[in-house]
Design a protein around this ligand. Structure first.
Ligand code: FAD
Length: 440
């Protein structure tokens, strides 16, 4: 008999969360990790980037402290200290995951996992067997053949995060989410930043108007942007170059070909319940290439565990928030106007500016707006896009609204505390029926 109910390859937000949920449901899980607990998200992605972005944001605010009646002299960034703090945050959170897994009696083995037979995984000299297997091996930075990573000047996001000093100049190839976040971060820290994006808009999958506002804001702050351009090696006249043109699945060391596990454009092909073509083997998170986000990976991990050992669970892919931690921040969920119209859904669009909120003036952050996409026939809120202060927190309420299928009328009836940024949701919802208060 197998020692484990579920063996999980990878301890990122998909794998470790699936392990915890499996244990909560009374089944026995084992996680195999070849690198550090917590995966890309904790070690090379969400957490370290946002720790540095927060430090850089504080430095930016510190330059205007006299506007708030605070006089400080000689404010300057200490990048080494920022990096040290980032590492402390990551280490603390990693210990937290370690503790949770230990408490739940989820076993963790370190080493490269290779599937050798259905549900037999080789780790070093050991063979680990389980009733089921979940591949949560994640993704890694995609390379451009003509501009291969050299770990010195041409870097991936992983290496850029480890720099010991702020580069004087930085070219970023790829103006997607990761590229724009790094552009914002290093611009705030004083680098001369250039973005080269192949498409005609930054953040090609975001709402066009929002992407345009970010572009204008970036240009105003001195970021050079080339759209509709592909970079060549001879053009890279900067101290560092970041290549961030997407992510590739981390599948090469898993032994998938030998077992005949089907792929879809390199990512593992799964059905709606994350089953691969081999019975008992599942895959979820970045490695299936659906939505490359930590919160999606975690929910997919939960779904796999719940479907195997609990009551079952379906991820609602219509209610997935996308957050971009640039300055100004961006957050969106559900349909944009363009996507709704492409699906022949007739929608009302309403927009409310941060400029009209009390809280924005208190904090001195008045840039940006919220946009609500509402279905005309049903009044149902189908989507929301925000650019402006604390957008990535404000979107939380919209996640709940869209998840429960809220109408704009019901949303307008919610009482928001004053003065808060969340008031912007009530204000824009009131506008749908022509009853906006702080707007004309
Ligand atoms: P991963 O986190 O990649 O974990 C997979 C794990 O599997 C890794 O630890 C790997 O070592 C291990 N593994 C792989 N192969 C094997 C093997 N053969 N044997 C054993 N172990 C193996 N998402 C957000 O939602 N918000 C953000 O703000 C955000 N910021 C990001 C910033 C950057 C710079 C990057 C690169 C990504 C960011 N992401 C963000 C994306 C997020 O990190 C991923 O979506 C998420 O980590 C995917 O989780 P996962 O568990 O599927 O895979």
């Amino acid at each position: 008999m197998s020692k484990y109910d579920l063996e999980i390859i990878g301890s990122g937000p998909c794998g470790y969360v699936a392990g915890i949920r499996t244990a909560q449901l009374g089944a026995k899980a084992c996680i195999i990790e070849k690198d550090k607990l917590g995966g890309t998200c904790l070690n090379y992605g969400c957490i370290p980037t946002k720790a540095l972005i927060f430090s850089a944001g504080l430095f930016d605010i510190s330059k205007s402290l006299d506007n708030f009646g605070i006089l400080v002299d000689n404010v300057r960034p200490d990048f080494e200290k920022m990096q040290k703090r980032k590492k402390e945050v990551v280490d603390r959170l990693r210990s937290g995951i370690e503790f949770l897994l230990r408490q739940r009696k989820v076993e963790v083995r370190f080493g490269n996992a290779e599937l050798i037979e259905k549900n037999s995984v080789k780790v070093g000299k050991d063979i680990i067997e389980a009733k089921y297997c979940l591949i949560a091996a994640g993704s890694m930075p995609a390379e451009i053949k003509s501009l291969p990573f050299d770990k010195r000047n041409i870097l991936s996001s992983t290496e850029l995060l480890e720099l010991d000093k702020v580069p004087k100049s930085l070219i970023i190839i790829g103006g997607g989410v990761i590229g724009c976040e790094f552009a914002s971060l290093f611009n705030l820290l004083g680098s001369k930043v250039t973005i080269v994006e192949m498409m005609n808009q930054l953040l090609p999958t975001e709402d066009t108007e929002i992407a345009r506002v970010l572009e204008v804001s970036f240009r105003k702050r001195g970021i050079e942007i080339f759209l509709g351009r592909t970079a060549t090696k001879t053009e890279l006249a900067s101290e560092k170059t970041l290549i961030c043109v997407g992510r590739s699945p981390a599948t090469s060391a898993l032994g998938l070909e030998k077992l005949g596990i089907k792929l879809n454009k390199g990512f593992i092909a799964v059905d709606e319940d994350y089953r691969t073509n081999l019975d008992g083997i599942f895959a979820a998170g970045d490695v299936i290439g659906r939505n490359l986000l930590a919160h999606v990976a975690s929910k997919e991990g939960i779904a796999v565990a719940e479907n195997l050992f609990g009551k079952g669970f379906k991820v609602n892919y219509n209610a997935i928030p996308n957050c971009i931690y640039t300055k100004p921040e961006i957050a969106s969920i559900g349909l944009t106007q363009k996507k709704a119209e492409a699906s022949s859904i007739s929608v009302e669009i309403r927009k409310f500016r941060f400029q009209s909120l009390g809280k924005s003036h208190i904090l001195g952050e008045t840039e940006g707006f919220i946009k609500l996409v509402v279905e005309k026939s049903s009044d149902k809120v189908l989507g929301c896009q925000i650019i402006g202060p604390h957008a990535t927190d404000i979107i939380g309420e919209m996640c709940l609204g869209i998840e429960i299928g809220i109408t704009s009328e019901r949303m307008a009836s919610v009482i928001h505390a004053h003065p808060t940024f969340s008031e912007i949701i009530g204000e824009v919802a009131e506008m749908v029926h022509g009853k906006g208060i702080h707007t004309i």
